[in-house]
Design a protein around this ligand. Structure first.
Ligand SMILES: [Zn+2]
Length: 336
């Protein structure tokens, strides 16, 4: 089962990319599927179709094939396990093989099997051929890599850390029912997490020998159709025929979908204008300098050397298995 896993750090445009990829006929936009356990099965949050998770016919059908048989106690055990596995500040500990082994071995008995059936269910119920999962977190990526039936491909979405820090400082939008799962964090923390989590994605893709492609948010919003076409070509033999990308560079038509966990932009429907959110460029110079200092040298590696972001739209192609970033070392700096 092919899964395009959007990896990276929050506030980088992953829900937008997820939905753009799912706006055609072949890819199912799944949102943050790792969050379905806590936000769907326990909290019963709103699905992007407008129904509560427990009332959404799509998720009920997926559940019949996967999590439907689990007891409340089993579901809570998985949620506790994922909370333990997901402390983002400790993601660097995954560098240790022993930590990874402990993480896998301590999974509740049903976790990997039910997870495999959930992705199967998403494909069967949606009638599509590829699942897009924008869970982002590298820990969840490591867990998914231990589900044998999943054919994982990593889409590493990066964004200028100064823009990411700007976004984390602001209160996130809420769901239509007023609930929010978007906390605020300070610039030092977000800069450190940007560095740790993005570095960990590259490292995990290499360690786990997963196909890897890097996409910059700034390139995505400048030419969404080109990025969507490139990513669909990673999973479809003939994307132009099977799932043609929209030609429009500034807007996309988005349907309702069934995303339970993700940015509240998952509720937007119809024509959505796509433009770079560049509010961070008006932040105090000192704040930008602090973030820039903490996030060096990965920031430099991803082409965020200066403030000016526009540039030729070169993007890297998918690297060979086990060689993240090996395709074209220059292209990451294309927009610097
Ligand atoms: Zn739904």
């Amino acid at each position: 089962m092919p899964v395009l896993f959007i990896a990276g750090f929050g506030r980088s445009g992953s829900t937008l990319l997820d939905r753009l990829l799912g706006s055609g006929r072949q890819l199912h936009s799944g949102g943050e599927i790792g969050g379905v356990w806590a936000l769907g099965l326990v909290d019963d949050r709103l699905c992007s179709c407008g129904a509560r998770f427990s009332r959404c016919a799509f998720w009920q059908a997926v559940g019949r094939a996967s999590f439907g048989d689990l007891s409340d106690a089993q579901i809570r055990e998985v949620v506790r396990y994922l909370r333990r596995a997901f402390p983002v500040k400790g993601a660097w500990r995954l560098l240790s093989r022993r930590t990874r082994r402990r993480l896998i071995e301590s999974a509740p008995p049903a976790f990997f099997e039910v997870t495999a059936r959930m992705y199967r269910g998403l494909l069967d119920v949606s009638g599509r051929r590829v699942v897009v999962d924008s869970s982002k977190l590298v820990t969840y990526l490591v867990l998914l890599a231990h589900v044998p039936s999943l054919d994982l491909r990593v889409v590493h979405l990066v964004r200028d850390p100064r823009a990411v820090a700007h976004s984390w400082l602001r209160p996130g939008a809420a769901d239509p029912d007023g609930r929010s799962s978007m906390p605020r964090i300070g610039i030092l923390t977000s800069a450190a997490l940007w560095l740790i989590l993005n570095g960990a994605v590259e490292w995990a893709a290499r360690c786990l020998s997963l196909p890897y492609v890097r996409v910059r948010y700034e390139d995505l919003v400048r030419d969404p159709a080109a990025v969507v076409r490139q990513l669909r070509s990673q999973v479809l033999a003939d994307p132009d025929r099977e799932d043609p990308a929209p030609r429009d560079r500034a807007a996309a038509d988005l349907g309702a979908g069934h995303i339970v966990s993700g940015n509240p932009m998952r509720f937007r429907r119809g024509r959505v204008e796509i433009a770079e959110d560049a509010g961070w460029k008006a932040d105090p110079a000192a704040a930008r300098a602090i973030v820039a200092a903490v996030t060096f040298p990965l920031r430099w590696r991803y082409g965020y050397g200066g403030v000016r972001l526009a540039g030729p739209g070169r993007r890297r192609g998918i690297a060979g298995r086990g060689q993240p970033g090996a395709a074209d070392p220059e292209s990451a700096a294309g927009g610097a």
